[in-house]
Design a protein around this ligand. Structure first.
Ligand code: ATP
Length: 602
């Protein structure tokens, strides 16, 4: 069905129906375009798309442009500097993925499009402005996940107030181009999304950690790191070290990948259903998602070392091949993510094995979802100054100026429901993927749960590790122990180990599971290479390599018996020696940009 004249109005409008694949049309109207060339367009807005159909001059074909709202970051209303112009305007900012010719890389990039429509149906400005605002509000609501239907009375009061984000940038992350990417790609986009921000460059390791320990949290709607995974690790641990950690850790955190590994960004990209991406494409994807505001619960794993040090990890604990490559490849940092390929080749040439004892508490068939009561208070007693970029050049150059929109507070966020999403994939059961290992302490009849004595209290902040006993004591009888020679042991809780390494495709952000993966000695170099190559697509488990095992667990203990080695937590080197860990389901909140059941907005 094509455009039709709506009776009584004399205006060409798009009618809902098969034209929009059956999706409900929320708004439709006919507008000019800016700069004006006499061209007229019919616009139709559904929950997921903006359809743009040229009407005058009539196109020879029935071609229309469809803008996916998933690619839209914001919409602004504008007015002409010419006072006699009674038209109002609105601009839609979108970043669709486009193929481009490049010598290397994926050959895709998001390209900014800013389309400005002229609302001129009425003969006075106020009426045209009200219509432009209605469109801008509807588009922004859809981008932010505010429910809108054709019955909704669309007005400014539907919109939450603009978000305030604390951006922390490590100028030395990855290849050191975080600041440049921030200025050229991130800040223009988040300004178009009406996000206020304060950008702070870290000056040293642990700066971000100290900073988040001291900030006034109600001033912010989220803390976002512009670096690799290491800076977010600092933020998470800084929040957990606060006396008010229980409230602090509910602060939504986000990541804009400017590091070399970018594992969590890879997981966020995957969670959003986007194609695997690297470099600038991944950064653009994550920035678009950040503009979409949706927040999801994120599992944290509490890791305790022999010295009693406890930290909170969102990604992985690694020993052997993975941690060796990670730390030894630091010296190739200038080549960016290729440092891992280089490091892998060097390590393969001198493949080490490590003897160790690995004990774990297998996960029961269902995911470990423990609801955590949380609420966020939003106050407006700004302490750190908020900065706002001047509006994007393209707007001010056009002879139009930005409308000031009076955003109204919607009051404090209601407590969100951290209950499991019914849509999440079922967990892989321990029995389905049980490793062919020598088991020391089988005790299948023991109930899985807290050990006698109620678990371990570290005396530090954070929730008690109710599944662990002190490192000096034997693991509870319900645990399984494997003693062997390993090439690598990797406890991973997100899908990705690097932006292009889909290591645990079955993992979810908050499935309450630690995916314990290990490769035992005896694996050939060729088989190991095949595993890592297949990991790019996440098909390595389909190879049925007898040396590769995966067990979903709730807690584990790793006791290295080889004297020297490297242990990492989220890619950061930690003391070498015994350590143990347990998962805390959905303890943190991650800005994912994709609304899921149980999620919320920041
Ligand atoms: N200004 C700074 N100077 C030196 N080190 C810093 C600074 N800011 C942060 N760091 C430290 O740099 C380390 C690396 O940072 P980050 O992990 O963010 O980048 P990366 O290593 O390039 O990325 P990835 O972890 O994804 O490989 C972290 O341990 C962090 O604590």
């Amino acid at each position: 069905m094509g455009p039709e004249t709506v009776a009584g109005t004399g205006r060409m409008e798009l009618a809902p129906g098969p034209y929009h694949n059956g999706a409900e049309t929320l708004l439709h109207g006919e507008f000019g375009i800016y700069p004006s060339k006499g061209t007229r367009y019919a616009l139709s807005l559904t929950c997921t798309e903006l359809h743009i159909q040229r009407l005058v001059p009539k196109p020879e074909t029935d071609q229309r442009t469809v803008v996916a709202l998933a690619d839209v970051v914001g919409c602004h209303t504008l007015r002409s500097r010419v006072t006699t112009d009674c038209a109002a305007y609105f601009t839609v900012y979108a970043y669709p993925l486009k193929k481009r010719k490049v010598a290397m890389g994926s050959g895709r990039a998001r390209q900014r499009t800013a389309r400005t429509f002229q609302v001129d149906g009425a003969d006075n400005y106020n009426k045209n402005q009200a219509m432009a605002e209605k469109w801008a509000v509807a588009i922004k609501c859809l981008v932010l996940g505010v429910p809108v239907s054709s019955e909704t009375d669309i007005s400014l009061s539907l919109l939450p107030r603009p978000r305030r984000l604390l951006l922390l940038l490590n100028p030395f992350g990855g290849r050191g181009n975080a600041l440049q990417w921030c200025q050229s790609h991130i800040l223009p986009m988040i300004s178009e999304a009406d996000i206020s921000f304060n950008l702070i460059q870290t000056e040293r390791a642990n700066h971000a950690r100290e900073l988040v320990k001291g900030i006034s949290l109600p001033e912010w709607d989220g803390i976002v790191t512009l670096s690799g995974d290491g800076l977010l690790y600092e933020v998470i641990n800084g929040l957990m070290e606060r006396p008010d950690w229980e409230q602090a850790i509910t602060m939504p955190v986000g990541i804009l990948p400017c590091g070399s590994g970018n594992a969590l960004a890879g997981a966020i990209n995957f969670n959003a259903g986007l194609e695997q991406a690297m470099g600038l494409e991944l950064l653009q994807n994550c920035t678009v998602l950040l503009c979409h505001a949706a927040v999801a619960p994120l599992d944290l794993v509490s890791v305790t070392m022999a010295s009693g040090t406890r930290c909170f990890s969102f990604l992985s604990v690694a020993w052997g091949f993975v941690s060796d490559v990670d730390i030894e490849s630091e010296k190739y940092r200038r080549v960016g993510s290729a440092r891992f390929t280089l490091g892998t080749m060097v390590r393969l040439a001198s493949l080490h094995t490590y003897r160790g004892r690995l004990s774990y508490l297998p996960a029961p068939d269902g995911p470990a979802h423990r609801p955590i009561s949380r609420s966020i208070t939003v106050a407006a007693n700004g302490r750190l100054p908020l900065t706002r970029l001047p509006l994007h050049r393209a707007v001010s150059d056009m002879g139009l100026c930005e409308e000031r929109q009076a955003f109204r507070h919607r009051g404090p966020e209601p407590p969100d429901d951290p209950s499991p999403s019914p849509g999440s994939p079922p967990p892989i059961s321990a029995s389905a993927l049980h490793p062919q290992s020598f088991i020391f302490e089988p005790a299948p009849e023991e109930p899985i749960g807290a050990p006698e004595g109620g678990g371990m209290d570290t005396g530090m902040g954070g929730p008690p590790d109710d599944l662990l006993v002190p490192l000096g004591q034997p693991v509870p009888p319900s645990w399984v122990t494997v003693e062997d020679d390993f090439v690598l042991v990797l406890a991973i809780y997100q899908t990705h180990l690097g932006a292009d390494l889909l290591t645990a495709p079955f993992a979810c952000l908050s499935d309450g599971l630690i995916h314990l993966c290990f490769v035992k000695a005896g694996v050939s170099r060729a088989a190991l290479v095949r595993i890592f190559l297949a990991m790019e697509k996440g098909t390595h488990f389909e190879q049925a390599c007898p040396h590769l095992s995966h067990v979903p667990v709730r807690a584990f203990r790793l006791e290295p018996l080889t004297r020297k080695g490297i242990l990492t937590v989220d890619g950061e080197r930690v003391e070498y020696g015994p350590l143990q860990a347990q998962v805390h389901c959905g303890l943190a909140r991650l800005i994912t940009g994709v609304a899921r059941l149980g999620g919320s907005s920041c």
